[in-house]
Design a protein around this ligand. Structure first.
Ligand SMILES: Cc1ncc(C[n+]2csc(CCOP(=O)(O)OP(=O)(O)O)c2C)c(N)n1
Ligand SMILES: [Mg+2]
Length: 662
């Protein structure tokens, strides 16, 4: 048999187990990506058998090393590793069911399907940026708990991962923050779907990462001793490390190795037969000889020993520290913080204030920041506009990472994905700000927050034409609708400070859903005048005002437009017409209420209108049929905001005129 590498036979057997599980699973599913698992099997084998600190029988141990397969299309690499190393929640049956309905082995790795999948990957670049968040969380928690948080974050990233814009943002910040426990293997196979990477790329990746202040190494990704040496050296680095691994996609396939044809389709039975011969793997499909499987199963020995050592560190913490650590890791907010917010609501009734809801949000942050040390905020260079920084929050920076605030720089997409990584890591509740219009710059990561059910809080200010003079480039029109259309994302649009407190309170206790807080730039008068212990905003929509038993008109409105609804109501009252106002701070929560509640809120008015300074799409799911929508269906314009509201027909007077016609 031709000898493919100079590695030991014992290594080749372990690596080939990965290769053939991947080849066979893709062939059986008749879909999938064999090229990457075949190419990166050597790197993964060295990492998992000699370095990675993990224990499949205790997979959620907090201080495990994190492993992120950013190139999620190579999912069979990860599934093979998890099966071979003995994770209990994956069996050979699952691998045989690769890509089938309800299989844990989905097309791309999905967080929550199998422990050991640290994040959902597939959209290239996301996993890479998540890993920056994980490595940052690890350092922040090390500052608080010492050696209790002391692990590496390893990543496999492909050409595609590193071409994506998000990788540029995230790598740049990781270098700036000197995240030295982040180690990235770049699968430098020079091939992507369309062919050689050189079709579209001329840059020098090593130099690029050098300029980000990374430690960089270049190795032959099929040579075990080079791989080993590189990892050892990376572990000692004071900066994040990129190990560029020259590999051959589809390694071992006589006709497809090194070609894009190995990327994303089954090799085919004839080619598989030839590959079995070339790599000296005479076993049946899905068969891993017991002695090879046993060697794989033994490789987590180190992890088990490390866990014991960690437990002795943990036992040395004071009872108070242990309790605090467990609270943070379990994601439980201190009750003091929630009580502080309820008390704030009482104060607001006694002393009502007229401020922009972005300022209301800042007040909330100031009230709770000290009470929730794991509450870590930031902004993509709009700190003073998003009002995201608590007065006392220290800035997180190298080398001690003490603090509660991150200057993300103008890197919205990375910020969102880094927050996902921080949340997945556990022990941190991340929130971050930008303008609502730039939700579009973070959207792929917001979507993944929802898909992965992470408590990530997006503080998105300047939420409508109400931002005024900056004009249509900065005025969200379709953003609320597009975020509301995303499954498992709660979009809150509070109408005053009181509602802002309620929305924040609800966002904080909602552990499995990310939250978007859409907040105004402009001042709003208070709309809530009575204290209620119950969080009315958490119903999604509730009756705010009602002037009669059988109101002629019901107005449904959100955020800044609730104040306009109140002005309309006053005009109606002058003309002795009855009116009712429903404040709608969150569509998603309203849709979760009982049908009886929804019916009650929809009411029986003859005339129904909705007011929101954005597209009307979605409002008809909330309002009764035949509701007339006051909305904006075009781009905005640059002018003082009061003029814009008139221009777009959203002033109380103009709306009232229309109502009379109705
Ligand atoms: C954001 C995003 N764009 C496009 C794709 C589709 N896609 C999957 S893999 C890939 C590129 C393949 O090249 P590379 O990343 O080098 O992986 P390799 O072929 O070497 O395994 C593309 C464009 C994707 N998954 N994510
Ligand atoms: Mg490639």
């Amino acid at each position: 048999m031709p000898k493919k590498t100079n590695n030991s036979r014992s290594h080749d057997e372990l690596a080939n187990a990965i290769r053939f599980l991947s080849i066979d699973a893709v062939q059986k599913a008749n879909s999938g990506h064999p090229g990457l698992p075949m190419g990166m099997a050597d790197v993964a084998t060295v990492l998992f058998t000699k370095f990675l600190k993990f224990d499949p029988s205790n997979p959620n141990w907090f201080n495990r090393d994190r492993f992120v397969l950013s190139a999620g299309h190579g999912s069979m690499l990860l599934y093979s590793l998890l099966y071979l190393t003995g994770y209990k929640d994956i069996s050979i049956k699952d691998i045989k069911n690769f890509r089938q309905l309800k299989s844990k082995c989905a097309g791309h790795p999905e967080y929550g399907h199998i422990s050991g999948i640290e994040t959902t990957t597939g959209p290239l670049g996301q996993g890479f940026a998540n890993s920056v968040g994980m490595a940052l969380s690890e350092r922040i928690l090390a500052n608080a708990f010492g050696k209790i948080s002391d692990h590496f974050t390893y990543v496999i990233a492909s050409d595609g991962d590193l071409m994506e814009g998000i990788s540029h943002e995230a790598a740049s910040l990781a270098g700036h923050l000197k995240l030295n426990k982040l180690i990235v293997f770049f699968d430098d196979n020079g091939i992507s779907i369309d062919g050689p990477v050189s079709l579209a790329n001329s840059e020098n990746t090593i130099n690029r990462f050098k300029s980000y202040q990374w430690n960089t190494l270049s190795i032959d990704g099929h040579n075990t001793s080079s791989i080993e040496k590189a990892i050892k050296s990376a572990q000692k680095s004071k900066r994040p490390t990129l190990i560029s691994c020259k590999t051959k996609i589809g390694f071992g396939s006589p006709n497809k190795e090194g070609k894009s044809s190995a990327h994303g389709s089954p090799l085919g039975n004839d080619e598989i037969k030839l590959t079995r011969e070339t790599l000296n793997w005479p076993n049946e499909p899905f068969e891993v000889p017991t002695k090879i499987l046993n060697r794989w199963r033994a490789c987590s020995k180190n992890g088990k020993a490390n866990f014991k050592k960690w437990k002795t560190y943990f036992s040395k913490l004071s009872d108070k520290q242990k309790k605090e650590f467990n609270r943070r890791i379990n994601g439980k907010i201190s009750t003091e913080a929630i009580t502080a917010l309820t008390n704030f609501k009482k104060d607001l009734i006694k002393d009502p204030i007229s401020v922009a809801t972005r300022q209301s949000s800042e007040m909330v942050i100031n009230k709770i920041s000290n009470l929730i040390p794991e509450f870590v905020g930031g902004s993509a260079d709009l700190t003073g506009s998003n009002n995201t920084k608590a007065k006392d929050a220290n800035i997180i920076s190298a080398p001690n990472y003490k603090g509660q605030y991150i200057y993300y720089g103008i890197r919205e997409h990375a910020m969102a994905a880094i927050m996902n990584g921080m949340s997945l890591h556990q022990g941190i509740i991340p929130f971050g700000g930008t303008f609502l219009i730039f939700a579009d710059y973070c959207k792929p990561s917001i979507r993944l927050s929802g898909l992965m059910e992470q408590r990530v809080i997006y503080v998105l200010t300047h939420d409508s034409i109400g931002l005024g003079e900056d004009g249509p480039t900065h005025q969200p029109i379709e953003q609320l609708a597009s975020l509301r259309a995303t499954p498992n994302v709660n979009v809150y649009r509070p109408a005053d400070t009181y509602e802002t407190v309620e929305c924040w309170q609800h966002a904080l206790i909602t552990t499995n859903t990310p939250s978007v807080l859409a907040l105004t730039r402009q001042k709003l008068a208070p709309v809530r005048t009575k204290f209620s212990k119950e969080n009315l905003s958490s119903f999604g929509a509730y009756e705010l005002k009602n002037t009669s038993k059988n109101p002629l008109l019901t107005i449904f409105a959100s955020g800044s437009e609730v104040n306009i609804a109140i002005s309309v109501m006053k005009l109606m009252q002058k003309d002795k017409m009855s009116c009712r106002i429903i404040s709608v701070p969150c569509f998603e929560l309203f849709k979760k209420q009982s049908l009886a509640y929804q019916k009650k809120i929809k009411g029986k008015s003859k005339i129904n209108i909705s007011i929101e300074a954005g597209v009307k799409m979605g409002w008809n799911d909330i309002c009764p049929v035949n509701t007339h929508n006051f909305s904006i269906e075009s781009f905005g314009a640059s002018a003082p905001y009061e003029e814009l509201y008139k221009h777009f027909g959203l002033s109380a007077e103009k709306i009232y005129k229309q109502i009379k016609k109705l």
